[in-house]
Design a binder for this molecule. Structure first.
Ligand code: A3D
Length: 320
């Protein structure tokens, strides 16, 4: 059986980490694409030279030519610019919209059957621009944010409860950004919901509220520390989990930026919701019941995503 092919568009901090993780997990052969000359080739060679030590078999190559994406089963897109301290994700919209359009054209021409995972910020809006530019069906184009946001939430909860991260489940909804909605009610340790753990004296409401806020600010905390860019290890791990669910038809239930039409009262918008990822891509959108407070927070988050969609439309209108 031929190996799968994973194309990574953008070979920067996240792209390089994705390549290493895809190799370690033997997901398939790996192509790193970037506009920077030499850099994807250099990283590819470096990672290939780790393969005899780490014992994985994968052809790893770097390129500046979209034609080398031909036949890719999965494309993970990180091309564009990341945040610097003082910038919001939304500040990236102008430049990254142009990048998404050129990447979308490359995917359309060379690997129209791929499953495409977008990571470029501002995520929910960029995945919509990329989908439109590549023309693939909505269920084959998805954004990575919820897996990362819920991983941050899980990590902080595991620290607070002094239990293994493996036993903590957590849920986030909504757009990737300051308005994301961590769902405490649906978060649990070994099946015990967090509100029950508060009643059991494992933590206090105040402490959990702080954790929710730290989760929302999780990206900014790292940008502030790094000073030269944004998080890349956990974002890469999160996208690899999504890619693996598709390639191995695992049907994992993961929060992703998916195209929602009908569910959650939405009329066709990319936003973070729980989905099932399997061999057909996004196979199902999981519509959970929200209480009044959660609904208010979700609507607020949806409003923020829609406002940015308008920014892109206005940019296009003024560009003629
Ligand atoms: P970085 O290390 O700068 O890598 C981006 C790469 O994109 C660079 O190597 C550029 O040369 C390349 N690039 C720029 N323009 C193009 C183009 N037109 N075609 C191909 N490649 C191009 O950034 P990074 O890897 O740290 O982050 C990449 C993106 O992910 C940024 O937009 C971040 O904001 C975003 N990000 C999203 C999350 C989410 O959870 C959604 C988390 C962290 C970062």
């Amino acid at each position: 059986m031929a190996r799968n092919k994973i194309a990574l568009v953008g070979a920067g901090n996240i792209g390089g980490t994705l390549a290493l993780l895809a190799g370690l997990k033997e997901l398939g052969d790996i192509v790193l694409f970037d506009i920077a000359e030499g850099m994807p080739q250099g990283k590819a060679l470096d990672i290939a030279q780790a393969s005899p030590v780490e014992d994985f078999d994968a052809a790893v190559s770097g390129t500046n030519d979209y034609a080398d994406l031909k036949g890719a089963d999965v494309v993970i897109v990180t091309a564009g610019v990341p945040r610097k301290p003082g910038m919001s994700r939304d500040d990236l919209v102008g430049i990254n919209t142009k990048v998404m359009r050129s990447v979308g054209a490359g995917i359309k021409a060379h690997c129209p059957d791929a499953f495409v995972i977008c990571i470029t910020n501002p995520l929910d809006v960029m995945v919509g621009v990329l989908r439109e530019a590549c023309g693939l069906p909505h269920e084959k184009v998805v954004g990575m944010a919820g897996v990362l946001d819920s991983a941050r939430f899980r990590y902080f909860l595991a620290e607070e409860f002094k239990v293994s991260v493996e036993d903590v489940n957590a849920f986030v909804l909504g757009g990737h950004g300051d308005t994301m909605v961590p769902l405490v009610r649906y978060s649990a340790v070994a099946g015990i919901p967090v509100p029950d753990l508060i009643k059991m004296g494992w933590s206090t409401q105040e402490k959990i509220d702080q954790i929710v806020q730290r989760t929302r600010d999780g990206g900014a905390e790292i940008v502030g520390l790094l000073k030269t860019g944004s998080a890349f290890y956990a974002p890469a791990s999160s996208a690899i989990q999504m890619a693996e669910s598709y390639l191995r038809d695992k049907k994992r239930v993961l929060p992703c930026a998916a195209y929602v039409k009908g569910a959650y009262g939405l009329d066709g918008l990319y936003v973070g919701v729980p989905v099932v990822i399997g061999a057909k891509g996004v196979e199902r959108i999981v519509e959970i019941e929200l209480n009044a407070d959660e609904k208010k927070m979700f609507d607020h988050s949806v409003g923020a995503v829609k406002a940015l969609v308008e920014v892109v439309k206005n940019m296009d209108a003024s560009a003629g």
